[in-house]
Design a protein around this ligand. Structure first.
Ligand code: BJW
Ligand code: ZN
Length: 275
């Protein structure tokens, strides 16, 4: 059966749901000015994913990879959460707002995004992000990890180090000596961005899988559903008898099997679906 795009039927499904998961991707932040990875305007029309978001790229050319993440950090720093981030933050952090549309439900937000805008949205409504049910499974561009002592810390400096100031990988690449790249405050070792590259294990896998296995409704928001394990969560929920609702600008992978399909910008469709 073709997916429904009827908001009233979707709201009735919300009313009877008990465990809702939101699985979000780059499309959630598109309206905030953060480019997506794939598709029109996607990052990787300019930058090849497999040459930058893999551990081998950092081992071989940390200067290039740091210029890539410097650019991403500066973009994320200047961006503001959009209406979709705010709608999700409201449901995740304000029990009365969730109860109004889904009286029996808990909601957990699993995001693949590394821009931190979901956390900023929580802060903007006065919520404590450490208490919210939100998982940044691919990390955060404002975290750094030491490649020598593993020390992990948040770092919002702009630029993160003097040598990256003014660099723009989209324009041209510089050769920055390794000792001038971001260094650990504890041991002086080379820092890496605190994000999850291909072949690495995403964060909180066990906790996330537990929530996915309990879910009776999955909202798949702004993701191409091409990167695993996130791409498999909708299937898991469907397999367990739950329902799936896709919110995407365009058709995306496997959306013909979804129960609901809301095509359009999620910053419009998501708030409309909820409130
Ligand atoms: C809008 C919109 C608007 C636009 N409104 N919509 C099974 C099968 C085959 C391969 C594998 C497999 N399992 C694992 C693998 C290997 C690999 C993988 O998936 N490879 C695929 C390429 C096939 N996965 C991994 O290596 C992962 N690790 C792993 O699996 O470890 C093993 C393990 C598993 C389970 C338990 C324990 C261990 C790690 C994956 C790491 C991905 N990292 C990146 C980079 C992060 C850092 C950075 O940002 O630089 O994460 S890759 C990149 O893709 C980034 C994203 O989070 C991720 C997903 O992209 P996303 O968010 O879907 O973005 P787009 O651009 O693809 O899509 C945007 C969508 O938005 C589009 O559909 C638009 O239409 C839409 N849109 N505007 C609504 N306004
Ligand atoms: Zn260190």
């Amino acid at each position: 059966m073709a997916p429904s795009s009827d908001f009233e039927t979707f709201r009735a499904t919300l009313q009877s749901s008990k465990q809702i998961i939101v699985v979000s991707g780059a499309g959630l932040s598109a309206a905030s000015g953060i480019p997506t990875f794939r598709g029109a305007g996607g990052f990787w029309r300019t930058f090849d994913v497999m040459t930058l978001a893999v551990p081998e790229a950092f081992e071989e050319n940390p200067s290039r990879v740091w210029q890539f993440y410097h650019m991403r950090r500066e973009k994320a720093r200047q961006a503001l959460p959009n209406a979709a981030h705010m709608a999700l933050a409201t449901l995740v952090a304000i029990p009365e707002r969730l109860a109004a549309i889904a009286p029996e439900a808990t909601i957990t937000h699993i995001t693949q995004n590394v821009d931190g805008l979901n956390i900023r949205a929580l802060q903007m409504i006065g919520a404590d992000p450490s208490e919210a049910l939100i998982y940044q499974m691919h990390g955060n561009v404002f975290d750094v990890i030491c490649t020598v002592c593993d020390h992990k810390t948040a770092n919002h400096d702009s630029p993160i180090c003097a040598s990256l100031e003014g660099t723009d990988l989209a324009e041209s690449e510089r050769q920055i000596p390794i000792e001038e790249l971001p260094r650990c405050t504890e041991c002086g070792g080379l820092l890496r961005p605190g994000v999850v590259w291909f072949g690495e294990t995403p964060h909180d896998m066990d906790e996330i899988q537990e929530v996915v296995d309990e879910a009776d409704l999955a909202l798949i928001v702004g993701t191409s559903s091409t990167v695993y394990p996130a791409a498999g969560y909708a299937n898991d929920v469907e397999h367990n008898g739950g329902k799936v609702a896709v919110f995407n600008l365009d058709r995306s992978r496997d959306d013909e099997y979804a129960d609901f399909l809301f095509l359009g910008p999620c910053e419009k469709t998501l708030p409309h679906a909820f409130f």
